[in-house]
Design a protein around this ligand. Structure first.
Ligand code: PEP
Length: 247
C-alpha cells in the first residue's frame, strides 16, 4: 500500500510571524487527515513551523539545499543544517530551480543522493514544458528526467523517495492537467521506476501531481490509479490547503 501525500510548497511567501499565524489556523485540520502531510516554508520559517506543528505528524521540509557538506558556497545551506533547523524533507528539482536558477540534471542527481544519505525525505520533481508537450515527447522527457535523477541510487534508498509530476505549463497558471493527462504521465513515472528497480519498489513510491491543484480539482486527480497525492503551490498558502488535505 502506498501512502497518500499532500505537500504544500510555499515558495518565497510568508514571514515567520505569518507562518505561525497560518499554521495555528490550519493545524487541527491538516493533522487529523488520513494522509502524510508536508509543509515547505521558506528556510528561515522552518524553526517556527516545526515549533507550531511539534505535537502533530505534519512534516516540515525545506524547498532547497546544496549537496556539499560545508565550505565556500555563498548563500547555500547543507543537509545537516536543514536537519538542525528541524527539517525532515526536501524538495529537489522543482522546475523553478531548474529554469530560474539553472539547476542541471547532474546537480539534481547529486542532491537526491545526498538527501537520502542524510535521511531527508526527498520530493523529486519532474515535468515537461508546453513546447515538449506539444511536440508529443512529454513521456520520453519524464523518463529521461527520472532515470537521470535516480542514477546510482539503491533500491532501498529509492523506496524512501517521493516523486512529483509537475507539468511546467500548469504551475502557477491556473491551467491544470486533465486527470487523463496527469494519470498518463504519473503512470509513466511509475513504469520508469519499475524498469530501474522492479515492481516491489515502484509500487511503494508515492507519485504526486502538481500544477494548479486546488480544493475543486483535487478529488478527481487523486482518484487516478497512479496519483497518490499532490504537491500544492498557491493553494497551500490559504485555508484551502486544509480542504485539499481532507479530500
Ligand atoms: C508548485 O510550484 O509546486 C505548484 C504546484 O504550484 P501551483 O500549485 O501554484 O501551480
Amino acid at each position: 500500500m502506498r501512502s497518500r501525500v499532500i505537500a504544500g510548497n510555499w515558495k518565497m511567501n510568508k514571514t515567520p510571524a505569518e507562518t505561525r499565524e497560518f499554521l495555528e489556523s490550519v493545524k487541527e485540520r491538516i493533522s487529523r487527515a488520513d494522509a502524510r502531510v508536508f509543509v515547505f516554508p521558506p528556510l528561515i520559517c522552518i524553526p517556527e513551523a516545526v515549533e507550531v506543528l511539534k505535537d502533530t505528524d505534519v512534516c516540515v521540509g525545506a524547498q532547497n539545499f546544496y549537496y556539499e557538506e560545508k565550505g565556500a558556497f555563498t548563500g547555500e545551506v547543507s543537509a545537516d543544517m536543514l536537519i538542525c533547523a528541524g527539517a525532515k524533507a526536501v524538495i529537489i528539482g522543482h522546475s523553478e530551480r531548474r529554469d530560474i536558477f539553472g539547476e542541471s540534471d547532474e546537480l539534481i542527481n547529486l542532491k537526491l543522493k545526498k538527501a537520502v544519505e542524510k535521511g531527508l525525505i526527498p520530493i523529486l520533481c519532474c515535468g515537461e514544458s508546453l513546447e515538449i508537450r506539444e511536440a508529443g515527447t512529454a513521456a520520453a522527457h519524464i523518463e529521461r528526467q527520472i532515470k537521470s535523477a535516480f542514477d546510482g541510487i539503491s533500491a532501498k534508498d529509492a523506496a524512501k523517495c517521493i516523486v512529483a509530476y509537475e507539468p511546467i505549463w500548469a504551475i502557477g497558471t491556473g491551467k491544470t492537467a486533465t486527470s487523463d493527462q496527469a494519470q498518463e504521465i504519473c503512470a509513466c513515472v511509475r513504469e520508469t521506476l519499475k524498469s530501474i528497480y522492479g515492481g516491489s519498489v515502484s509500487d511503494v513510491i508515492p507519485v504526486l501531481y502538481g500544477g494548479s491543484m486546488n480544493a475543486g480539482n483535487a478529488a478527481e486527480l487523486v482518484a487516478c490509479e497512479d496519483i497518490d497525492g499532490g504537491l500544492i503551490g498557491s493553494a497551500s498558502l490559504k485555508e484551502e490547503f486544509a480542504d485539499i488535505v481532507n479530500v
